[in-house]
Design a binder for this molecule. Structure first.
Ligand code: NOJ
Ligand code: CA
Length: 508
């Protein structure tokens, strides 16, 4: 099927943390390849690999110094090709991360750009004179704290960095930059990748006049990102993806709570991103009413013919099982995997991995080192495979410690009623139940603390109900219980007493 992303479950792998294959304590591409049996058994349709490009690792690969290579830490281009071939042999797709907003300060483009004011690449980044009093040109803030302008002594100007100073923003208003970046897409498309996850992609267009951001933030668009000109660039990116048959996929990282604005990134003619990430649930409390409103809001906002998506975890966020509590996490996963839209799973959530408290002296994440409390290491700890030392992740000392409790909570030790078993059942059910994947969505009235909805496809009707609360709730849905998050009941039912945090899928 051309539009494989409508039915596929996407599984995000943070390559540093999945599997080390050469005993240096850091995960790598060959490690991922050796774990493909696991992903096949789990039943995911695509993997998204966070960056593996050559990088000084100031932001663990989100600071790219060569868009067309593999960092030796992660392997070689041959390793990449082998991984891709093996994935395709298993009928799985590969989505790779693309970091268009900024390069590493060590990218040759920036090295040239900062070398002198008249370097031909000067205008590949945003350089500006100080205000008469020497201060930066405006109030834009770095997402990692502090101002977004870095003073360059050598050439006497500031450059823009929306993230770390080691991540200077490219100037996408320069057509040469755009052409060079579109070529980096083609490089990977020629190798056969199926799509891209596009890092902070709406940041690439900002106010050309560099006006101040509203402070405090208001409903209006900020000036430092999401400039309306970004839509035209998205159309040109889409055109590159459509040079291939079938057209390749894109999912853009855009934190935009305004549904209308969010939906605009599909494009008026569905000619921009295949989909903008929908992070609404990720940032909402575990509350049935709030979830219902958000899902209804999304389902209405998605333009006709376009396809929604949902996310409950990634490498930037506190682990799902910690945000909602371990007993609620399965219900949350049932929602993620049964709502209308492509689900993205984050590695390890299927084991119920929790956020790990990393002490200040062991912090690896530059954000955490720059702003105490903001560190993202806690959700990036090594995948837990078995009872070997370091949970089978590495034979060396791992780059981040393995989370406490791994001896019991690892792939090899998960039993028949475990969280992993639940994910496997859930993914298997999707494969044989078209309504769960393609069906129309309609929310239903439900008892307090419960979120219920229908998925309907031709003659198949399903009801999904999740009890968000800590008390039993009775729901009247006559039908056949296909799956409970607790994996301990099935079969015909007139009404169901949902236990605390239980979720069920019923065929009506
Ligand atoms: C968003 C990525 O998800 C995050 O990990 C990274 O630090 C920033 N973009 C900067 O690239
Ligand atoms: Ca390694």
């Amino acid at each position: 099927m051309n539009e494989w992303w409508r039915s596929a479950v996407v599984y995000q792998i943070y390559p540093r943390s999945f599997q080390d294959s050469n005993g240096d304590g850091i995960g790598d591409l060959e490690g991922v390849r050796r774990r493909l049996d696991y992903l096949t058994d789990l039943g995911v349709g695509a993997i998204w690999l966070s960056p593996f490009y050559p990088s000084p690792m100031a932001d663990f690969g989100y600071d790219v110094s060569d868009y067309c290579g593999v960092d030796p830490m992660f392997g070689t281009l041959d390793d990449f090709d082998r991984l891709l071939t093996d994935l395709h042999d298993r009928d799985m797709k590969l989505i790779i991360d693309w970091v268009p907003n900024h390069t590493s300060e060590r990218h040759p483009w920036f090295v040239e750009s900062r070398s002198s004011r008249d370097n031909p690449r000067r205008d590949w980044y945003t350089w500006v004179d100080p205000k008469p009093d020497g201060t930066p040109p405006n109030n834009w803030r770095s997402q990692f704290g502090g101002g977004a302008w870095q003073w360059d002594e050598h050439t006497g100007q500031y450059y823009l960095h929306s993230f770390l100073a080691a991540q200077p923003d490219l100037n996408w208003r320069n057509p040469e930059v755009e052409a060079a970046m579109l070529d980096t897409l083609r490089f990977w498309l020629e190798r056969g990748v199926d799509g891209f996850r596009m890092d902070v992609v709406a940041f690439i267009m900002k106010d050309p006049d560099l006006c101040d951001d509203p402070e405090p933030p208001t409903e209006e668009l900020p000036r430092s990102r999401e400039h309306p000109d970004v839509h035209a660039v998205f159309r040109r990116i889409r055109a590159v993806l459509e040079e291939y048959d079938p057209p390749r996929f894109s999912i853009g990282e855009i934190y935009e709570p305004n549904w209308q604005r969010w939906a605009s990134y599909y494009g008026g003619e569905l000619d921009e991103l295949t989909m903008p990430f929908n992070f609404s649930l990720l940032h909402s409390p575990w509350n049935a009413r709030v979830f219902r409103n958000l899902v209804d809001g999304c389902d209405i906002a998605v333009p006709p013919g376009a396809w929604p998506n949902y996310v409950l975890g990634n490498h930037d966020e506190v682990r799902l099982a910690t945000r909602y509590g371990s007993s609620a996490a399965r219900g949350a996963a049932m929602l993620l995997l049964s709502l209308r839209g492509t689900p993205t799973l984050y590695y390890g959530d299927e084991l119920g991995m929790e956020e790990v408290d990393i002490s200040p002296e062991d912090q690896q994440d530059p954000w955490g080192r720059q702003m105490p409390g903001m560190g993202r290491d806690g959700c990036r700890t090594p995948m837990e495979w078995n009872t070997n030392p370091n949970a089978g992740f590495t034979t060396a000392s791992p780059w981040l410690r393995v989370a406490d409790g791994w001896e019991a909570r690892n792939v090899a030790s998960q039993g028949e009623t475990s969280t992993l078993a639940f994910y496997r059942h859930m993914l298997a059910l999707r494969k044989v139940t078209p309504a769960l994947v393609m069906g129309e969505y309609r929310s239903l009235d439900a008892p307090d603390d419960c979120f219920a909805f229908e998925r309907c496809h031709s003659s198949e009707r399903l009801a999904v109900v999740v009890n968000f609360g800590g008390e039993d709730r009775r729901v009247d849905i006559p039908g056949t219980l296909l799956l409970s998050t607790m994996l301990d009941r099935k079969g015909p039912a007139e009404h169901l007493d949902l236990r605390p945090h239980e979720g069920v899928i019923v065929r009506l």
